[in-house]
Design a protein around this ligand. Structure first.
Ligand code: CTP
Ligand SMILES: C[C@](O)(CO)[C@H](O)COP(=O)(O)O
Length: 229
């Protein structure tokens, strides 16, 4: 299975002066934890890290430390996640029929989750890891703080990555998105906008995205628990 890792963000919400994926988390950079899970997956054979050139030296050090140099390729990212994935798709080898896309910032995903997504992707053209929403969600009226309605929680799932797709179909969806100016935060949304089905694979409650400083603290707590088990 081919894996693309978007890692070209700036980490604005983290408030750090550098890419948050290079921040230390229990002794190694955030991205190293993500790559470690990918390395331990039985299914992942090729990894493309989508990054910004100023981070490449650091990325190369992580890759070599994890002895992943044979498997990993660097691809230049764009100014949004959407653009980064678009570029990642151009960087895939021609042999890639199916691809998993996994945020570098979701550094707690397990190798088991990668394997389950890769296996499920043999039977469909679009899938995402997701978990049922635990909170009661409110939809607010535009430009106000007044609640419009409360959607049925049984129909709400929190989107995670990995997300997996048939490569050619996803390329077409990205092209369609570019043509229509769709701005989306994940690839599934492009599939949805094109009217294509996306299947949910049960994700992991611990598969958080390191977005703000508190996420780093929670991630460290979870990793400590795992190591002590
Ligand atoms: N231009 C971008 C923006 C984001 N990403 C990647 O997409 C994932 C999810 O994005 P997010 O958590 O929003 O990361 P940042 O863009 O770094 O954070 P922020 O939005 O707070 O600036 C991350 O692994 C990030 O590196 C990317 O590859 N290219
Ligand atoms: C793809 C994603 O991780 C799904 O939860 C998420 O949408 C990434 O970006 P965001 O900008 O933090 O929403």
């Amino acid at each position: 299975m081919y894996l693309l890792i978007p890692a070209a963000g700036s980490g604005r919400r983290m408030g750090a002066k550098r890419n948050k994926l290079l921040l230390p988390l229990l002794g190694q950079p955030v991205l190293a934890w993500t790559l470690l899970a990918a390395k331990q997956s039985q299914q992942i054979e090729w990894i493309g890290i989508i990054g910004q050139p100023e981070d490449w030296l650091d990325f190369k050090n992580i890759i070599s430390h994890l002895e992943l140099s044979d498997k990993v390729h660097l691809i230049q990212g764009g100014s949004t996640r959407q653009e980064s994935v678009y570029r990642g798709l151009q960087g895939l080898p021609t042999t890639a029929n199916r691809v998993l896309i996994h945020d570098g910032a979701r550094c707690l995903a397990t190798s088991d989750l990668f394997d389950r997504c890769a296996e499920a992707l043999q039977c469909c053209a679009g899938l995402i890891a997701a978990v049922p929403v635990k909170d009661t969600i409110k939809i607010v009226k535009p430009d106000s703080q007044i609640i419009d309605r409360t959607p049925d929680r049984n129909q709400l799932w929190a989107a995670q990555t990995p997300q997996g797709f048939a490569v050619e179909t996803l390329r077409q969806c990205h092209d369609e998105g570019l043509r229509h100016g769709w701005e989306v935060t994940d690839d599934a949304a492009l599939f949805e906008q094109c009217g294509l089905p996306v299947t949910i694979v049960e994700g992991e409650e611990t598969n958080l995205k390191v977005t703000t400083p508190v996420d780093l603290a929670i991630a460290e707590f979870i990793l400590r628990q795992r190591i002590s088990q």
